[in-house]
Design a protein around this ligand. Structure first.
Ligand code: FE
Ligand code: FE
Ligand code: MG
Length: 166
């Protein structure tokens, strides 16, 4: 723990740690959803979408890393068992049971929109009390917005494919 770091957030420490651990659960589920999605994906533009999914999976894992570092700094305990992922996650997990490109894109867009809301709430909560967590949440939210846009552009390209035929 960083004693001074913890002291600075004072009475808000427990609430911030709870928000960080919930976000950590979301990141791990998002990581796996992207990663397994990139393996099972089928359909047109498969190559381009697969590359994006792999890249996003890597970003989600990096987000998990950023959150854990902050949790430890504040003297908290990061989630130690995968069982907790579902218990704490607010965004949940959508299994790519239908592995068609369009379905996978839609599932992940929904996940990104949920993640944007999660980080927006952390930003709102920490803005006057914890600039370091605020900054981490801002960096992550910026990535999630980019992810959302990347996936929506791919979905748009995919939908435009139908005009190629005639
Ligand atoms: Fe993320
Ligand atoms: Fe994301
Ligand atoms: Mg991307």
């Amino acid at each position: 723990m960083g004693t001074k770091a913890r002291e600075l957030v004072g009475e808000h420490a427990e609430k911030i740690l709870e928000l960080l651990n919930r976000a950590l659960a979301d990141e791990w589920l998002a990581y796996y959803q992207y990663w397994i999605g990139s393996k099972v994906i089928k359909g047109p533009m498969k190559g381009a979408v697969e590359a994006e999914l792999v890249q996003h999976a890597g970003d989600e894992l990096r987000h998990a890393e950023m959150l854990v570092r902050r949790i430890l700094e504040l003297g908290g305990t990061p989630i130690l068992t995968p069982k907790k992922w579902f218990e704490l996650s607010g965004c949940g997990y959508e299994a790519p049971e239908n592995p068609f490109v369009k379905n996978i894109l839609k599932q992940n867009i929904k996940g990104e929109q949920c993640a944007i809301e999660v980080y927006n709430r952390i930003i709102q909560y920490t803005k006057d009390i914890d600039p370091v967590t605020y900054n981490i949440a801002l960096q992550i939210m910026t990535d999630e917005m980019e992810h959302e846009e990347d996936l929506q552009s791919l979905l748009e390209d995919l939908e435009n494919l139908k005009f190629l035929g005639n």
